[in-house]
Write a protein that binds this ligand. Structure first.
Ligand code: IDP
Ligand code: MG
Length: 141
């Protein structure tokens, strides 16, 4: 069963739409295998988005990501990396498909409510950035 890292960003938590976002995952057959709320430091945010360190929006993005609490989750399901990206919608909410989280809730290309890993490799490293193996539950059969 595939796993991916999801983050409800500070805008989503601050606006009280975390429940709505989690509900969309559950309604689409995705299992929440782990969850934690935390308030990242600037250094943590920079480490998480290190792949974007040369991008013009890096400073602003990392300031935003440590501006308030986030909810980090391990999502589990068949094809969940792609499924989560589909539910999230395009990075730029103006280009996001109808009915996606970003289309419905994002207010800005940066403040776009959710993060989701984009490949099996990033899912592995991003999950490990927030969770140790004892914090990730197994499905009850
Ligand atoms: P993704 O979150 O859809 O995978 P990435 O390209 O990995 O998009 O960018 C990471 C995050 O950086 C985005 O979710 C968004 O918050 C922010 N971001 C991406 N492109 C821009 C931009 O052009 N201006 C400002 N922020 C951006
Ligand atoms: Mg990305």
């Amino acid at each position: 069963m595939e796993q991916t890292l999801s983050i409800i960003k500070p805008d989503g938590v601050g606006r009280g739409i975390a429940g709505e976002v989690i509900s969309r995952f559950e309604k689409n057959g995705i299992r929440i295998a782990a969850v934690k709320m935390l308030h990242m430091t600037k250094a943590q945010a920079k480490g998480f988005y290190d792949v974007h360190r040369e991008r013009p929006f890096f400073e602003s993005l990392t300031d935003f990501m440590c501006s308030g609490p986030i909810i980090a989750m391990v999502l589990e399901g068949e094809n969940v990396i792609e499924k989560n990206r589909t539910l999230m919608g395009a990075t730029n909410f103006k280009e996001a498909a109808e009915g996606t989280i970003r289309k419905d809730f994002a207010t800005d290309i940066e403040k776009n409510v959710v993060h989701g890993s984009d490949s099996p490799e990033t899912a592995t490293t991003e999950i490990a950035y927030f969770f140790n193996k004892f914090e990730i539950t197994d499905a009850v059969s």
